[in-house]
Ligand binder design. Structure first.
Ligand SMILES: NC(=O)c1ccc[n+]([C@@H]2O[C@H](COP(=O)([O-])OP(=O)(O)OC[C@H]3O[C@@H](n4cnc5c(N)ncnc54)[C@H](O)[C@@H]3O)[C@@H](O)[C@H]2O)c1
Length: 405
């Protein structure tokens, strides 16, 4: 490929990859029946997205909703006119849904997603794919998902912006030469995403209408606290701070473009430098990931300052820069071939959901499939182990294990 054709036949600003078309003609397929697990902030948002996708002509029905906290369950089931379930097992057991969206806190993603694929369902699983302590469960899930051929989409929706697929194609064709270095990150100010999670009912108690055991899942049994239940992102038992909550987004996009597989070693440094007072998770973390033979990848960020950085992929023959609005610019190395070119970002949120629905019908591979999800999650788990253990995490590719040194 000539480097001057970095963007190939795609003109600046044009959509390189159309959203999957869903026919609404007389030959329309039977609507897909979806069950949503987790009726909190993200679940409610994805319910809205599903309605929007349906309104745009995609044959889909949100038939059932599930939550272990009764007030949220009632609210969403009433709004959507969907059948309420207080346990995923009951929802799956009824057999009325074709596919399941999992939008619960991190620790319950994989146990619920595993139940769903064992019941023969396709799954849209929110990021992060697992809790940071669930490496063995992650491997088990990946093995079962591969075997079952379930269509699994990881909910890192920004990867559905077509510029990442375009970047992947061009980089694979050698457009920027040998890729040696890449940077990305997540910078913002405030811990509203953790401490600011709304405590809906300060007098809530476990029991009827609030299943505290199901919330804790395979984690350590703890006495109930309203903060742990409603503000779970503050606690290492259920969350992991920026590495688990924020970095799945930039790292998934970057790894989509780089297509590098598993890391060789990962080191992470950081801590709780700004926010304290009961918050367990760090607010600032820098992660360095080395892939075999390169590139070296940096994922940097803090919640103490919103002055961010562009995502940049550096090759021996040129550079690809993704600015904050995710436009993509190719720049040849000084004296190299070709002129700078820019491709604008495209809408992507509903696309991620409709990509999953399209792949359920066609049995194609979704944009954030289990293989991409696995490579992202392994790097993030290695980063968490490095951060918490203050050591370097190494990946053993033949045994698929992590060792610390
Ligand atoms: N892709 C994105 O941009 C994005 C944005 C926000 C959140 N998320 C992810 O979505 C997930 C949920 O986040 P949130 O902000 O909606 O949290 P939330 O606390 O608002 O909602 C979680 C809901 O899950 C319910 N729940 C907990 N355990 C359950 C179980 N075993 N079975 C059924 N329901 C259970 C809770 O009662 C609660 O209503 C997180 O993993 C988060 O990382 C992704």
């Amino acid at each position: 490929m000539k480097r001057r054709n970095f963007l190939g036949t795609i003109g600046a600003g044009a959509a390189p990859m159309a959203a999957p078309a869903q026919s609404t003609s007389a030959a329309s397929p039977k609507p897909l029946s979806i069950g949503l697990i987790g009726c909190g902030g993200r679940g409610s948002y994805l319910a809205q997205e599903t309605l929007a996708v349906k309104a745009a002509g995609n044959p889909v029905d949100l038939k059932a909703v599930c939550d272990i906290y009764q007030p949220r369950l009632e609210r969403l089931s009433t709004r959507l006119k969907a059948k309420p379930f207080s346990s995923a097992a009951a929802m799956l057991g009824e057999g009325a849904v074709d596919a399941v969206i999992v939008a619960t806190p991190d620790r319950t993603h994989l146990p619920l997603a595993l139940q769903a694929i064992r019941a023969g369902k396709d799954v849209y699983c929110e990021k992060p794919l697992s809790h940071w302590s669930q490496f063995d469960l992650l491997k088990q899930f990946v093995a079962e998902a591969r075997k079952s051929k379930a269509v699994v989409q990881v909910g890192a929706q920004w990867v559905s912006d077509p510029i990442w697929t375009t970047a992947a194609q061009r980089i694979k064709q050698g457009a920027i030469g040998k890729v040696v270095h890449a940077q990305t990150g997540y910078f913002r100010y405030g811990d509203g995403g953790e401490r600011g999670m709304p405590v809906e009912d300060p007098n809530a108690q476990p029991g009827r209408g609030l299943d505290w055991l199901a919330f804790q899942g395979d984690g350590q049994a703890r006495p109930f606290s309203v903060s742990r239940f409603f503000q779970w992102r503050m606690y290492m038992d259920y969350a992991g701070g920026p590495i688990m909550d924020l970095y799945p987004h930039p790292l998934t996009r970057l790894l989509k473009a780089l297509n590098v597989g598993m890391p060789e070693r990962v080191v992470a440094v950081g801590g709780r430098y700004l926010f304290d007072g009961g918050r367990e998770v760090p607010d600032t973390v820098d992660v360095l990931i080395e892939y075999p033979g390169g590139p070296s990848v940096s994922v940097l960020g803090t919640q103490g300052n919103a002055s961010g950085l562009d995502t940049v992929i550096r090759g021996s023959e040129g550079t690809v820069t993704f600015d904050k609005s995710f436009g993509m610019t190719f720049t040849p190395r000084p004296g190299g071939e070709g002129a700078s070119m820019t491709l604008n970002s495209q809408p992507f949120v509903q696309d991620h959901l409709s990509d999953w629905l399209h792949c359920i019908r066609t049995r194609q591979t979704p944009r954030c499939d289990i293989e991409l999800g696995y490579t992202v999650q392994v790097a993030l788990i290695m980063a968490m182990r490095s951060l918490t253990g203050r050591k370097v995490a190494f990946w053993n590719s033949s045994r698929e294990t992590i060792t610390m040194g």
